[in-house]
Design a protein around this ligand. Structure first.
Ligand code: UD1
Length: 381
């Protein structure tokens, strides 16, 4: 059997690593080996957004790079489809495996189905209900087309059933990203907090203040809905500087798109000047895991971090109005709460959440063995 799996952007790498390792393990003893080709679309191309994750997670170099780069959604998806079609025509795989909900996921599932190649979506069935999110469009199209839908939780199966998907096409396998968390948490634990800061500073600081476990928070923001308009982003920035980081240290590993927006909106200098805000480049997998493990609180709009907070138990404010990952919410036993981008609501939940203790939970089948179940589902399809 020949499988092509696809990655494009940062959140894909921690999902594909365990899948590739499951294939390697399978091939040791199997009479029928799986031939695997890894395609990187190149949506994320900076070393800190891509290459460093390959090294840290022991992912072999991609066999094929499409070199798509940045651009509008149509440009990214269009360029990926044109290049990926050539790959499919020359390789003729049995399966294309896509993960998550980024533009690569959409572009490659559509291209595969147009070539009549079977497609498997790992992390199927998540729905935010918010069609203005680019990821929601990607999820809907990918799930509509894929032959095999592998879901991270039972709510996702329910979503798919409500859309009329036959149960035969879906299998509940658990959360593949948690396989990576479980295999890497011991290593991450050995990382030194202050060394993570000093080696990733975005702006050199002569008198970098030290941090201590449970005495700092972490912020990440990159969603267009939070950072693409000054009317929304500036009040968040002012609140973070004036209230969140007024007497508590906060670490902010900044996404390239967010740096660009802060500079375009003339907000960068005041962020930089805030004494308790420590700005970092995008950081590596183990570095982020360590910061999360030892943080008092996280403020984020990232879906992946919401899930990691659930397993680690880190109290989390999710700066979104909806989530495709409801199992991570406190009302479903998780560690996070939706606060949108309304400052009064963020303030109220921030003050409450600062009083909470770390409370790890483990949703069903988030057990570190999801990748094996994914491969088995494909092999026995
Ligand atoms: C993409 C995903 C999003 C995911 C996020 C994680 C889609 C629709 N969005 O959003 O779901 O949560 O990745 O990061 O696929 N840039 C760089 N270097 C890079 C990559 C990007 O400087 O290596 C800058 C460019 O200015 C680019 C901008 O970041 O235009 C946005 O990148 P893009 O890939 O379009 O979307 P993300 O916001 O990263």
């Amino acid at each position: 059997m020949k499988i092509i799996s696809v990655v494009g952007a940062r959140p894909n790498f921690m999902k594909i690593a365990p899948f590739i390792h499951a294939i390697e393990k399978h091939n040791i003893n199997a009479s029928e080996k799986v031939e695997h080709i890894l395609v990187h679309t190149g949506q994320h191309y900076d070393d800190r957004m891509s290459k460093n994750f390959f090294k840290a997670l022991n992912i072999p170099d991609a066999d094929i790079h499409l070199g798509v780069g940045s651009g509008s959604h149509a440009e990214q998806v269009g360029r990926t489809m044109i290049e990926f079609e050539k790959v499919l025509l020359s390789e003729m795989p049995d399966w294309v495996v896509v993960v998550g909900d980024v533009n690569a996921t959409l572009a490659c599932s559509v291209t595969a189905k147009k070539q009549h190649i079977k497609c498997c979506h790992i992390e199927a069935g998540l729905r935010s209900g918010d069609i203005k999110m680019p990821e929601e469009v990607n999820r809907l199209v990918t799930d509509r087309l894929s032959d095999l839908l592998l879901t991270p939780d039972r709510l996702s199966n329910k979503n798919l059933e409500e859309e009329g998907v036959s149960p035969k096409r879906m299998s509940f396998v658990g959360n593949i990203m948690i396989d990576t968390l479980e295999s890497q948490r011991e290593k991450a634990q050995t990382y030194d907090l202050n060394k993570i800061l000093s080696s990733n500073l975005l702006e050199k600081e002569d008198d970098l203040p030290g941090i201590e476990a449970e005495k700092y928070g972490v912020i990440t923001l990159h969603r267009p809905s939070n950072v693409d308009s000054k009317e929304v982003f500036e009040p968040i920035v002012d609140f973070v500087i004036g209230e969140v980081a007024s007497n508590f240290q906060f670490i902010w590993p900044i996404h390239p798109r967010t740096v660009k927006q802060l500079k375009d909106f003339n907000l960068y200098d005041k962020v930089k000047a805030s004494r308790n805000l420590i700005l970092l480049h995008p950081i590596g997998y183990h570095e982020m895991l360590k910061l999360n493990m030892s943080a008092k609180i996280l403020l984020t709009d990232s879906g992946g971090l919401q899930e990691e907070c659930t397993i680690l138990g880190t109290p989390c404010l999710t700066l979104r109005w909806n989530t495709e990952r409801p199992v991570t919410l406190r009302e479903h036993g998780g560690a996070s709460v939706l606060v949108g981008n309304n400052i009064d609501r963020i303030r109220k939940e921030f003050n409450f959440t600062m009083g909470l203790e770390r409370k790890p939970v483990r949703p069903e089948l988030w057990d570190g063995k999801t990748a094996e179940r994914c491969l088995l589902a494909i092999l026995s399809y």
